[in-house]
Design a protein around this ligand. Structure first.
Ligand code: DAH
Length: 337
């Protein structure tokens, strides 16, 4: 029996010396326990007198081996940690990876600037849906089904009474239906028209403005637009109102700004006129107010709508609207701040 224990000790101890991982050590321990069981089963063959001494011997052996396993575990663990640290070592003197930063699109930059300017004058932002009903996009804006002005906007219809909005003006109705005057809102967003050339795109952005209160006049509109022109372009930019026609305003005006390129002298940009058309506006037609439950004898209002691409093109000297949608990074990079 003693010899068997001695043989097991030598076998396990030399195997233990060679273990390099916790896993191998654990497996060796399982093997040791199994073999010890075999040795212990030999106890059956001993006489009653011999058993206590053998039991003591086995216990001491077992305890001694367990201590050795524990001591080896400490060594193996230490080795493993050293290897792990070495493999995960970071060279903190290496140059860092540069992260490529994105930038805001010029349309977003101009939209944000417009919101900044107008919110400084007390306007709140309202965003309406891009898919509109015929009622909000046309009928409520004093443009019934047989109205010739519908031909001015080539509409993408989805169903008979459902369309991609052709103008953010639809938002005016949604706001007036829900809010009592005084109203002062700004409504930016995408609009859609079946139109495509160097200055028109089937999808573009508009910024709508609406002010309704007691005693609002065309002078308020003109004053506010003058302030807007100075802040958006230069402090010497002037505003000119020309009579025009929109079904939802009466009177209606087309708004020109003095050409920022030539200062009003006349150049290629303003086609020699000194003025550039930038937006449509007017006093809200009384029928539109009535359609929204606002009493036109008590309240008046003005509205305006501008193309954000047009403002961006003027501000940055872009001559083809397509460059704004191609997303060529060489073009977009120029707007990084
Ligand atoms: N909705 C017009 C368009 O898309 C622009 C416009 C003109 C908006 C006059 C207005 C306005 O609010 O009063 O051409």
């Amino acid at each position: 029996m003693k010899e068997k224990i001695e043989a097991l000790r030598i076998e396990i101890e030399s195997a233990m010396e060679n273990t390099q991982t916790s896993r191998a050590l654990y497996e060796l321990k399982l093997k040791f326990q199994a073999e010890l069981k075999v040795v212990m089963s030999g106890m059956r063959d001993l006489s009653k007198e011999e058993r206590p001494a053998f039991g003591k011997l086995v216990n001491e052996f077992k305890q001694g081996m367990e201590e050795k396993f524990e001591a080896r575990a400490v060594v193996v663990k230490q080795k493993e940690m050293e290897e792990k640290y070495a493999s995960e070592r970071i060279d903190i003197t290496m140059p860092g990876k540069t992260v490529k930063k994105g930038a805001l699109h010029p349309i977003t930059l101009v939209k944000n600037e417009l919101i900044d300017i107008f919110s400084g004058m007390g306007f709140k932002v309202f965003e309406g849906p891009e898919i509109e009903t015929d009622y909000y996009n046309f009928t409520a804006l004093n443009t019934p089904k047989d109205h010739p002005a519908r031909d001015m906007q080539d509409t993408f219809y989805i169903a008979e009474n459902l369309l991609l909005r052709t103008q953010t003006s639809a938002g005016q109705i949604r706001v007036m239906e829900k809010t009592k005057p005084p109203i002062k809102i700004l409504s930016p967003g995408r609009v859609f028209r079946s139109d495509d050339d160097a200055t028109h795109s089937p999808m573009f952005h508009q910024m709508e403005g609406l002010v309704v209160d007691k005693g609002i006049t065309l002078c308020d509109l003109q004053g506010m637009l003058g302030e807007f022109a100075k802040r958006m372009f230069t402090s010497s930019t002037k505003v000119r109102l020309r009579p025009s026609y929109f079904p939802f305003t009466e009177p209606s005006v087309e708004v020109d700004l003095s050409c920022s390129e030539c200062g009003g002298k006349g150049c290629r940009l303003c086609k020699g006129t000194g003025w550039i058309e930038v937006l449509g506006a007017g006093m809200v037609n009384r029928h539109v107010l009535e359609n929204c439950g606002v009493d036109p004898d008590e309240y008046t209002g003005f509205a305006f709508g501008m193309g954000i691409e047009r403002i961006a093109m003027l501000k940055y000297g872009i001559n083809n609207i397509k460059t704004l949608f191609e997303n060529d990074t060489r073009f977009l990079k120029q707007f990084e701040e």
